[in-house]
Design a protein around this ligand. Structure first.
Ligand SMILES: Cc1cc2nc3c(=O)[nH]c(=O)nc-3n(C[C@H](O)[C@H](O)[C@H](O)COP(=O)(O)OP(=O)(O)OC[C@H]3O[C@@H](n4cnc5c(N)ncnc54)[C@H](O)[C@@H]3O)c2cc1C
Length: 491
């Protein structure tokens, strides 16, 4: 293989581009939007920098590897800073829990919730470490192309009871409900409901304990810019602002891509980082195998969407940590409304992002940048007019942040805007406005997820949240490793 084209410049597309280019494959990444990053897009407004998506950077080692491949150091292009606490969890009764990897501090807080749970937590950590070894270190960056590979993984999946949910597994170790929430909410960061996501996702706890939680100085957009710099330095080409309208095929071969501008290019292989359904239904519209795949995808469970309220306000807020989770009054029932019933409930849980507490330069002097994010049903379950609903939800979210943290929030706002499910659908071609692609349940994981190499078109590849291992930065960067290995085998 001499030349490759990647559709989409999300974390998955960029990581794959760096790997291919590092191996000497001339790679062009074609991105529809004016900036790279995909979910990790960003805006600058009135002197505030707003990252659109990922803010919790875990497993920095998987990113550093993208530089080490060519003997370079990621630190030359971007600075990662540790964030502590990882998250401050806050419940409606005023209880707070600072989630960190400082064992003594963590155990002190667990003991305050229920002294009996300290021993249970240790057992949970041992469980999480086991799944991390099997599910992440061994299998997180290797493609599952045939059922045999799934059979090989079966003993480990059985040993760690992967058919149970994360919440069910956590509940076997600890009794306190708040602690159960604290140890299970992480699946939401990759689109999974803790009550249905496979227990293999409990590995996130160990991943964070060992690798820490990090922030790229200047915002996640700086990490994206660093990846672009590394890709281009290696000789790769990034083409922005030109949506691919067709992945060209001849027989069972992908031959290149055609873009909205009329620009066309040929390649020995094509990889798509764009949304799975968009890729198979729209970009491969002429292919019968792709049409079959698209109709199978239609029947899958897609992860929910998000409503993200961005706001820049007057004042600095040293008492509000970088990452907070403001739990609402309901947990399981709220998640069932979002994932199963398609109900936009009156209550919500929020993730609050406050980057200026780590990097004040992301807002004008004496100001602060925030976003508050609420998981909401995707457009298939809740096909509502978000232009009408959005302003109502926006006010409720700001009121709640005001009630719990910033009393005069409305008077302090300098700039605000929201990002709704329809925006995910419109800007990112995200099927149903899903924020994380296919839901991470066992029957949609590993071999059951879209394969990193297409079965019918052998030089067509998939990279990103829709393929193995799944969403989240470590996930999609791992998918790039799996997909690159397959592509380089093609040579
Ligand atoms: C609000 C939010 C917060 C999150 N927080 C975290 C977090 O804190 N930590 C974490 O690890 N993960 C987080 N995630 C998840 C993580 O951001 C995603 O799983 C990951 O970034 C997805 O990367 P990707 O490469 O799969 O694709 P994407 O980022 O979706 O990129 C796909 C790209 O393909 C492009 N594209 C689509 N169609 C075409 C076309 N026809 N032609 C050309 N280009 C096309 C899109 O424009 C896009 O740039 C978050 C996600 C969201 C939405």
């Amino acid at each position: 293989m001499k030349a490759a084209i990647i559709v989409g410049a999300g974390f998955g597309g960029l990581a794959l581009g760096i790997r291919l280019q590092s191996a000497g494959v001339a790679t062009t990444i074609v991105e529809a939007r004016d900036k790279p990053g995909g979910r990790a897009y960003f805006w600058e407004k009135n002197g505030f920098t707003f990252d659109a998506g990922p803010t919790v950077i875990t497993d920095p080692a998987c990113l550093k590897e993208l530089w080490a491949l060519s003997g370079r150091d990621m630190a030359d292009d971007v600075t990662l800073e540790p964030v502590t606490p990882f998250y401050r969890l806050n419940w409606v009764d005023g209880t707070s829990f600072d989630y960190t990897n400082d064992d003594a501090a963590l155990k002190r807080q667990i003991a305050a919730l229920d002294p009996d749970d300290v021993a249970g937590y240790d057992r949970f950590l041992a469980y999480s470490a086991g799944v991390y070894r099997e599910g992440y270190e061994k299998l997180g960056h290797v493609a599952f192309l045939d059922f045999a590979s799934m059979v090989k993984a079966a003993p480990a999946l059985a040993r760690y009871q992967a058919w149970r949910s994360v919440y069910a597994m956590v509940a076997r170790f600890v009794k306190n409900e708040k602690l159960r929430e604290a140890l299970s909410f992480h699946t939401l960061l990759v689109g999974g409901n803790p009550f249905t996501a496979s227990a293999i996702y409990a590995l996130i706890h160990k991943l964070e304990r060992d690798g820490g939680v990090w922030f790229a100085r200047g915002g996640t957009n700086r990490l994206v810019a660093a990846m672009v710099a590394q890709f281009e330095r290696l000789g790769g080409t990034l083409r922005l602002g030109d949506p691919v309208t067709r992945i060209d095929t001849m027989g069972d071969r992908a031959t290149g891509v055609t873009c909205a501008s009329g620009w066309q290019a040929e390649a020995d292989a094509v990889a798509t980082n764009a949304d799975l359904m968009h890729s198979y239904r729209d970009l491969l519209a002429g292919s019968r195998s792709a049409a079959r795949k698209a109709s199978r995808l239609e029947a899958k469970r897609w992860s929910p969407s998000l409503f993200v309220e961005h706001f820049g306000i007057k004042g600095r807020w040293p008492g509000i940590p970088h990452h907070s989770i403001l739990f609402g009054p309901r947990y399981k029932e709220l998640l069932a409304d979002i994932y199963d019933h398609g109900v936009l409930a009156e209550d919500f849980s929020l993730y609050l992002h406050h980057p200026t507490v780590t990097d004040p330069a992301m807002a004008p002097e004496g100001h602060a940048t925030f976003y508050a994010l609420a998981p909401v049903p995707h457009l298939g379950k809740f096909p509502v007019d978000w232009d009408a609903v959005g302003p109502i939800l926006e006010k409720r979210i700001l009121d709640e942040v005001g009630r719990r943290l910033i009393p005069d929030i409305h008077e302090r706002i300098v700039t605000k805007f929201s990002y709704a499910p329809k925006d995910f659908a419109h800007d990112l071609n995200a099927h149903l406005g899903s924020a994380f692609s296919l839901e991470p349940i066992l029957t949609q994981s590993a071999w059951f997820r879209a394969h990193n190499r297409d079965e019918a078109i052998p030089n067509l590849y998939v990279v990103g949240a829709g393929t193995h291992p799944g969403a989240g930065i470590p996930g999609v960067v791992g998918s790039a490793k799996a997909t690159a290995a397959l592509m380089l085998e093609q040579r």
